[in-house]
Design a binder for this molecule. Structure first.
Ligand SMILES: O=P(O)(O)OP(=O)(O)OP(=O)(O)OC[C@H]1O[C@@H](n2cnc3c(O)ncnc32)[C@H](O)[C@@H]1O
Ligand SMILES: [Ca+2]
Length: 480
C-alpha cells in the first residue's frame, strides 16, 4: 500500500540502469486499486478488502484479499428487533477499512454488501423488517467515503456460483482453461454445491444451471443452495425431530455424554425452517441431554433429509436435481472449521467415521477441559456438526468412499478466503473478461526497457549530430 514512496526512491537514489528500470516497474505496479465486499452472513458479518495492481486488473490471480475484519456480534438478520441498529454494528470495521486504504483511493473503491441466508429467512418471515435492516446498513455504508454500490440479499444461486468463481480464480484455473474445482460452502443457515456438469443440466432443471464465459471458455455449472441446511438450522431441524413427543428431556446421540442443557422450545421452533409446530405441552423448555453416539447421530441427521421421491433422472435430497458429481471439490466455511477441528481434513471416509465415533463418545467434561479456549457453543456442537457434514456429503450429495478423497477442506487459497465475495466483486467490476485478452508480444517490463533504450539511442544520435556539426562550423569561421 505504499504508493508514492516508490516515486521518491527513484528521485533521490543514484541508481544503475537495471535498478532504474526496476524502480520504474515498481512505481507502476505499486499503484493499487481496491474493492470492499461485506459478507452479511446468518451468523456474522465480515468485511473483506481486495487489492490489485491498477494496470493489470484483467490478469487471473492478480486480485488478492489483503485484509478482513469480523464485525462484532451476530449477523445483521439478528437485528430484526431493533433494525435501526444493524448499520451501527458495521462502523468499526468500516473505520478500519478507511485507515487501511490510501486516502487518494477512497472515492474510486467500490463497496458492496451481500446478505445471505439469515436475511433470506428474515425476508420470508417479515419483508418489512428485512427491508428496515437493509436500509440501516445502507445508511452507514452510504456515508462512508467509498464508492457505495448497493446492499442486497443475494440469491442462493449467486452465492453458489460466485463461490465457484472465487475458488477457480484463486487457483488460477480459469485463465488456463484447465479442469475446474467444484465448490462446497457450509454456512449457518444454508449450504451450496456447485460444479461443472454437462449441458443437460439446463434441460433437466434450468433453475440449477448457470453459464459463464470466462477468458474465452464456456463453463456450464450446476449449482444449488439448500436454505435451512446450514449447520445452525440443520441442528434446529434435528432437535425438532427429537422433541416431537414433547417429553421433558431429550437424549441426543449428537452431543457428548454428560452434556445437559435446558433449552426453550421457542429457540427450536421459532425458525421458519422448522415446519412442525411446537409439541402440545404446557412446558416451555426441555432438557437437552447428550448420549454421545455418532452412528445413532447419523440416523437422526439422515431424517432431516427427504429422500422419498425424485421427479428428475437423479436427485440429491428434498427432490432437488443433482447430476453425477464431477470432482475435485474444495469445501470451505463450516466444512473447514469443523473438519479441521476434528482432524478429519485428510484420510478415508471410513477412518473419518471411526474417529468421529470415538470423539462423540468422549465425556463432555473431558472435552471442555481439553479445549478451554474454544467457544463453548462450538465445542458442544462439533459432534453434531461432524456427523451432519458426513451425512450431508454422503447421504445428501452422494459422495462415496471412492470419491471422498476428491474433497479438499480449505479455508484460504493463496492468502484469500474461499467464499462467494471475491467472485461477486470480480463479476460486478467486470474484472474477468469473457474473451481471453490478446497476449502482448512483450511483457510490461519489456516495454519499459525498450522505451529506455530508444531514448538512449535518440540521445546518442543527437549527441553525434552536435559533435560533427560543431567543428564544421568552427572551421568555416577560421577560413573567413
Ligand atoms: O452463509 P450463511 O448461511 O448466511 O452463514 P454464515 O456466512 O454466517 O456462516 P459462516 O460460514 O460464517 O459460518 C458457518 C457456521 O460455522 C460457525 N463457525 C464459525 N467459526 C467456527 C469455528 O471456528 N468452529 C465451529 N463453527 C464455527 C458459525 O457460527 C456458523 O454456524
Ligand atoms: Ca456464508
Amino acid at each position: 500500500m505504499e504508493h508514492r514512496t516508490g516515486t521518491m526512491v527513484v528521485c533521490l537514489k543514484h541508481v544503475g540502469i537495471t535498478d532504474w528500470v526496476r524502480e520504474v516497474e515498481n512505481v507502476s505496479l505499486s499503484i493499487s486499486q481496491y474493492g470492499i465486499v461485506l459478507d452479511a452472513g446468518s451468523s456474522h458479518t465480515a468485511v473483506y478488502i481486495y487489492e490489485w495492481p491498477a494496470e493489470k486488473d484483467n490478469d487471473t490471480g492478480r486480485v488478492q484479499q489483503t485484509h478482513s475484519c469480523k464485525v462484532q456480534g451476530a449477523g445483521i438478520s439478528s437485528y430484526s428487533v431493533f433494525p435501526g441498529q444493524a448499520g451501527a454494528s458495521l462502523k468499526s470495521c468500516m473505520k478500519e477499512a478507511e485507515s487501511l486504504i490510501p486516502l487518494s483511493r477512497h472515492l474510486e473503491t467500490p463497496l458492496y454488501l451481500g446478505a445471505t441466508a439469515g436475511m433470506r429467512l428474515l425476508r420470508m418471515e417479515n419483508q418489512s423488517l428485512s427491508d428496515q435492516v437493509l436500509w440501516s446498513v445502507e445508511e452507514v455504508l452510504q456515508s462512508s467515503p467509498f464508492s457505495y454500490q448497493g446492499a442486497r440479499i443475494i440469491t442462493g444461486q449467486e452465492e453458489g456460483a460466485f463461490g465457484w468463481v472465487t475458488v477457480n480464480y484463486l487457483s488460477d484455473r480459469l485463465k488456463q482453461g484447465s479442469g475446474t474445482t467444484g465448490a462446497l460452502d457450509l454456512g449457518g443457515a444454508s449450504t451450496q454445491i456447485s460444479f461443472v456438469a454437462n449441458q443437460d443440466v439446463a434441460e433437466e432443471s434450468a433453475e440449477n444451471a448457470v453459464t459463464f464465459r470466462l477468458y474465452g471458455n464456456d463453463y456450464f455449472l450446476y449449482t444449488h443452495s439448500f436454505l435451512c441446511y446450514g449447520k445452525d438450522q440443520a441442528l434446529k431441524l434435528a432437535l425438532a425431530q427429537q422433541t416431537q413427543s414433547g417429553d421433558s428431556s431429550v437424549l441426543d446421540p449428537c452431543f457428548h455424554p454428560g452434556y445437559s442443557v435446558d433449552r426453550s422450545y421457542f429457540s427450536v421452533y421459532s425458525s421458519p425452517c422448522v415446519m412442525a409446530g411446537k409439541p402440545l405441552v404446557s412446558r416451555d423448555s426441555f432438557t437437552h441431554v447428550g448420549a454421545g453416539n455418532a452412528s445413532l447421530c447419523q440416523e437422526v441427521v439422515r431424517r432431516i433429509f427427504n429422500f422419498s421421491s425424485c421427479s428428475f433422472s437423479r436427485c440429491s435430497f428434498n427432490r432437488v436435481y443433482q447430476p453425477p458429481l464431477q470432482g475435485p471439490f474444495g469445501a470451505f466455511s463450516a466444512f473447514y472449521f469443523v473438519m479441521n477441528f476434528l482432524n478429519l481434513t485428510s484420510g478415508s471416509l471410513e477412518s473419518s467415521r471411526e474417529k468421529l465415533e470415538r470423539y462423540c463418545s468422549r465425556p463432555w467434561t473431558q472435552i471442555k477441559q481439553q479445549h478451554p479456549d474454544v467457544k463453548e457453543k462450538y465445542l458442544a456442537e462439533y459432534c453434531f456438526s461432524g456427523s451432519y457434514i458426513l451425512s450431508l456429503l454422503t447421504d445428501g450429495y452422494n459422495f462415496t468412499s471412492d470419491t471422498w478423497t476428491d474433497i479438499t477442506f480449505i479455508k484460504k487459497i493463496s492468502g484469500s478466503d474461499a467464499g462467494w465475495t471475491l467472485g461477486y466483486m470480480l463479476n460486478l467490476t467486470n474484472m474477468i473478461p469473457a474473451e481471453a485478452p490478446d497476449t502482448p508480444p512483450l511483457p510490461h517490463a519489456g516495454y519499459v526497457t525498450l522505451l529506455f533504450f530508444i531514448s538512449l539511442l535518440l540521445f546518442f544520435l543527437l549527441f553525434l549530430c552536435f559533435r560533427f556539426l560543431w567543428p564544421h562550423r568552427n572551421s568555416q569561421t577560421q577560413m573567413i
